[in-house]
Design a binder for this molecule. Structure first.
Ligand SMILES: *Cc1c(COP(=O)(O)O)cnc(C)c1O
Length: 228
């Protein structure tokens, strides 16, 4: 496991894909998902040039933030229990999992500065997946108008766990279409310029379909619980 080599490989893949589909590589931000690795690996990612760190649990976020705080931009990417908001809110720059009004109320109550939020959308409709259904997003964005500390920077989704790239691509494409619908509302609280989609196994497809934040764990920093 060489984090620096992995990072350079991912960067070069991004350049190649962007060239092929006429996108600017500067528009693609890599989030190193460090939930399966130590602080040392997270630090190695930062030293390799990574700017964004993502964690899906409050414990992991707090542990890494304590050591590396100022050196990174912090993303909370996992499903977020309302009662955990106060434990992370001062540390995060982005929350990728806004999926219900009660969570928005709590974020707005605890935040002392605007929080960049992604609305998590369950595009695939799988029951096991978090997120609101595509048809409810516009109404949710409207309800979020009342919260001064919530800025809807974009939409987030997780593709189904499958080898079938057509299913994955369709999922990402639908999130892009939904983004255009939300942007067309021109709501001040929801510029919605970003798309958080793509992980180790599907980030290339995600970039082809318009991702601006890709969340990469295993392929970048490895997974120490699996010995890689
Ligand atoms: C773990 C996780 C990732 C990264 O997964 P890998 O397959 O290891 O790249 C991305 N997004 C979310 C929401 C995750 O929980």
């Amino acid at each position: 496991m060489n984090v620096k080599e992995n990072y350079q490989q991912i960067r070069s893949n991004i350049e190649e894909i962007c060239q092929r589909c006429g996108r600017n590589p500067d528009d693609i931000h890599i989030i190193a998902v460090t939930k399966y690795v130590s602080v040392d690996r997270a630090n190695a990612a930062l030293e390799a040039g990574v700017i964004h760190i993502g964690e899906n649990r409050d414990e992991g976020l707090n542990m890494k933030h304590e050591e590396l705080g100022e050196k990174a931009t912090w993303h909370f990417i996992g499903s977020l229990q309302t009662r955990k908001v106060k434990q992370i809110i001062e540390k995060v720059d982005y929350i990728h999992s806004l999926d219900r009004l009660s969570l928005a109320i709590e974020i707005n109550k605890r935040a002392t500065k605007p929080i960049k939020c992604f609305i998590q959308v369950n595009v695939s409709g799988e029951e096991s997946k978090h997120g609101i259904s595509p048809g409810q997003v516009a109404q949710f964005v409207d309800e979020l108008k009342q919260f001064e500390f919530i800025e809807i920077v974009g939409l987030m989704t997780m593709a189904p766990f499958t080898e079938d790239t057509k299913i994955i691509r369709t999922c990402f494409r639908k999130l892009k279409e939904l983004q255009l619908e939300i942007q067309a509302l021109s709501q001040l609280n929801a510029p919605c310029n970003e798309l958080s989609m793509g992980m180790s196994n599907d980030y290339k497809i995600a970039i082809e379909e318009g991702a601006t934040f890709i969340r990469i764990g295993t392929a970048l920093v490895g997974n120490e619980s699996r010995g890689v």
